[in-house]
Design a protein around this ligand. Structure first.
Ligand code: MSP
Length: 472
């Protein structure tokens, strides 16, 4: 038995959850459930990232005190996670007092690698943000949104000296001491590391108030990444509590856009703290809508709650864990979703359960004594290598294999011919196969797999009154 610690990226609460946010959660939860079947002890963290000007501005636009605004949105994320049937053990909000205090202690501990410097650049007062020289030139020095000239601002920022750790990080990535998945992203990260500049980690309090105050400097507020990345260890109680039982994390799940922060700034922070690096950084791709990036202006944003409410959490998990590759971009259309639901989940799996349970009941055959065999090696290898979509495909082939066996062996003919003993053998062996595959499916489809286990583990098998996956 091992101790497994898994983490998910904490989303910004500047709106309601969108479909992409589900990926971290469902991948990590599948991994967690798999390890639980293997007898491991698992901790799974989730939470929300609640500081920063963008959130502050959104709250102001909504005429709400920022505290109420983040409470309202954070609750939506919590509800979303629950609806996805994701079971976390630890939950963090970056506005939690404990987190903020711990974050300040982390800052103090890495202080030797922090320096103060002047940052100069073009700034739009309306947007409350800097623009690059390129944007300045393209817009002729005037903000298109506010029709006001950009101002040249100079401010003091604290910087984190990434250069102190570059060689060590490179060596650890190259040797897979911190394994970056998929492999092609590892190359990308090594390239990025070469040119990685020191990072600005604070803003003057006059520019940013909604954040963790920099310790011992009332004029500065921490700027997103130190605050956000620290969550993975503050949630375990660091630095007051020892975390070596759980840290380094077994795997940290993030989207491809934020991998670089996790592969460069985060390892630098951990090295500065004298902590080991996570064993695996696993990055997933983006969800597109009919091949296009989702955006409010195109009007193609898919509401994840609508998708979840259509056929429930298992159907949602089925589509995004099997039809979206674990490591690359995936696509959603309602048409594909409905087709996967009806022809695969409902027909392949739902009907199989119904058919088999009906035959067992009719012929009075008990299957409670049959126990699922140990997970087979191919499946375990896929799961251990974080190839969740491949493991799911592999299990699904087995579902289809059982259906084929029923069609080929035609147990109803045996019943008709009165070959009771043979019939018993065939149906028991089919049920054994179903129990084996059901165990493989359980990390992906927790609720359906539980129902199926209950049906075939009961003293008397009874088919479900309602189909497992109701068709429209
Ligand atoms: N707050 C930071 C993360 C801090 S982690 C210490 C952040 N938040 S986010 O809300 O923008 O993104 C949260 C997660 O959702 C990230 O893993 C991100 O990659 C993922 N996704 C955001 N849009 C996505 C898609 N369209 N598709 C798949 N995942 C996407 O970044």
């Amino acid at each position: 038995m091992s101790k497994i610690y898994l983490t998910t990226a904490i989303p910004y609460v500047n709106g309601a959850p969108h479909i992409g946010h589900a990926m971290d959660y469902i991948i990590a939860d599948t991994c967690s459930r798999y390890h639980q079947i293997c007898g491991d002890e698992v901790r799974l963290q989730a939470g929300t990232d609640e500081h920063g000007n963008k959130i502050f501005r959104k709250a102001t636009e909504s005429n709400m005190p920022v505290e109420d605004y983040v409470d309202e949105n954070a609750a939506k994320f919590r509800d979303f996670i629950k609806k996805l049937d994701v079971e976390y053990t630890d939950y963090i909000r970056t506005t939690d007092a404990d987190h903020m205090k711990r974050c300040q202690e982390i800052w103090r501990k890495i202080k030797d690698h922090i320096y103060s410097a002047t940052y100069g650049g073009w700034y739009c007062v309306g947007c409350e943000s800097y623009v690059t020289q390129k944007e300045y030139d393209e817009n002729g020095g005037i903000c298109p949104d506010h029709q006001k000239p950009y101002e040249h601002l100079e401010e003091e920022n604290y910087y984190f000296r990434i250069s102190d750790f570059k060689d060590e990080i490179r060596a650890k990535i190259e040797s897979d001491e911190i394994q970056i998945l998929p492999e092609f992203r590892k190359k990308e990260m090594l390239k990025m590391l070469e040119d990685a500049p020191d990072v600005s980690i604070s803003r003057p309090t006059s520019q940013l108030t909604w954040g963790v105050p920099v310790p011992d400097d009332p004029n500065q507020t921490m700027y997103v990444w130190i605050d956000a990345l620290s969550n993975y260890i503050t949630v375990l109680g660091y630095p007051e509590k020892p975390i070596d039982e759980w840290w380094p994390a077994t795997a940290q799940f993030v989207g491809k856009d934020i991998l670089r922060f996790h592969a460069i700034i985060w390892p630098a922070m951990l090295l500065a703290l004298g902590l080991p690096l996570p064993k695996v950084l696993c990055s997933h791709g983006f969800i597109l809508a009919d091949g296009q990036k989702m955006s409010k202006s195109i009007g193609n944003v898919i509401d994840p709650i609508e998708v979840l409410e259509k056929h429930g959490a298992d159907a949602f998990r089925y589509y995004f864990l099997r039809h979206v590759d674990t490591f690359t971009d995936g696509d959603f259309t309602w048409e594909k979703y409905e087709s996967a639901y009806n022809t695969e989940l409902a027909n392949d799996y739902g009907n199989l359960v119904q058919r088999l349970a009906t035959m067992l009941m009719k012929n009075n055959i008990a299957t409670a004594a049959l126990k699922p065999k140990e997970l087979d090696e191919t499946y375990r290898n896929f799961m251990n290598n974080f190839e969740f979509a491949k493991a799911f495909d592999y299990a699904w082939e087995k579902v289809q294999g059982i259906n084929k066996r029923i069609d080929d062996e035609k147990p109803w003919m045996l019943a008709k011919a009165g070959e009771t003993e043979k019939l018993g053998q065939v149906l028991s062996s089919l049920t054994q196969e179903l129990k084996d595959v059901n165990l493989m499916l359980s990390p992906f489809l927790p609720s359906a797999a539980k129902k199926v286990a209950d049906i075939f583990d009961a003293e008397t098998v009874t088919p479900p009154a309602e189909p497992l996956f109701k068709k429209d």
